[in-house]
Design a protein around this ligand. Sequence first.
Ligand SMILES: NC(=O)c1ccc[n+]([C@@H]2O[C@H](COP(=O)([O-])OP(=O)(O)OC[C@H]3O[C@@H](n4cnc5c(N)ncnc54)[C@H](OP(=O)(O)O)[C@@H]3O)[C@@H](O)[C@H]2O)c1
Length: 248
Amino acid sequence: MENNAIIISGANGNVGSYFARKFADKQDNVILIIRNKADRLKDILEKPNVKLIQADLNNFTLLKSKFQQLLKETKWQPEKIIHTATVRSHDFKPLAETDPQIWQDIIQGNIIGTFNLLRVVIPVFRKHSYGKIILFGSNVSRIGLPKGSAYAASKSAIANISRTVAAEEAKNNIIINTVSPGPIKIDESHFSESYRRFRAEYYKEKVKNIPLKRSATFEDLFGLSNFLLSKENSYITGEEFFITGGKL
Ligand SMILES: NC(=O)c1ccc[n+]([C@@H]2O[C@H](COP(=O)([O-])OP(=O)(O)OC[C@H]3O[C@@H](n4cnc5c(N)ncnc54)[C@H](OP(=O)(O)O)[C@@H]3O)[C@@H](O)[C@H]2O)c1
């Protein structure tokens, strides 16, 4: 329907900006949540079917008021959300040596940020007894992440938030799943030198052990996500889907 809309968090990220473009190009109404920059979205921001919310997911009050304001202005009815926003591991130390503040920032951003976003969106979905939600996790939820314990813990939490909300919201016709990729082929140019080194080392080993011998592409992620959000999916909820080229 013409007023329906999809929300994308982390919309200026690698995956988020790809998804934003895909949905914007097929003329869906798209609500993009960004935190700082929108440089990857420049070519779609002027489209009438694209609206931007600049808010930190840690700030529930701001997020809620900007979201409600936008719905008032547009009269859009959001019915889908893809939550890709994430805080990455950034000190690359074993758990015992990790700075507690870094643990706290990652847990805050990835778990409380997800909690805040869902607290804003679910009541809107409930009003119309319809909603489809995808949370982006990671395959580290089942294999762990040496030197990235907080990120690994937060991604397991996301899968369990999704299982729980699936049970809680089924009566409201709200479906929620977690999409958990392994390595994704992304643009790394904006990462720090140390983070690029960490990824290169980590992924070189990982890709060697992937039966399909490559990282996931954005298209791989889109295919599954698009199905999970579609009307064709009315029964799959609370699941975690691993996109890992055959690697268990
Ligand atoms: N890339 C991979 O290889 C890989 C592998 C497995 C799983 N995943 C998962 O896939 C998803 C997408 O990954 P990606 O590579 O697209 O990530 P990304 O490029 O790092 O983008 C993440 C986005 O999240 C935003 N963000 C972070 N904290 C926020 C907050 N508090 N409030 C609002 N926005 C916030 C960032 O905004 P700013 O630009 O303002 O910082 C950034 O644009 C993530 O959930 C990730 O865990 C990725």
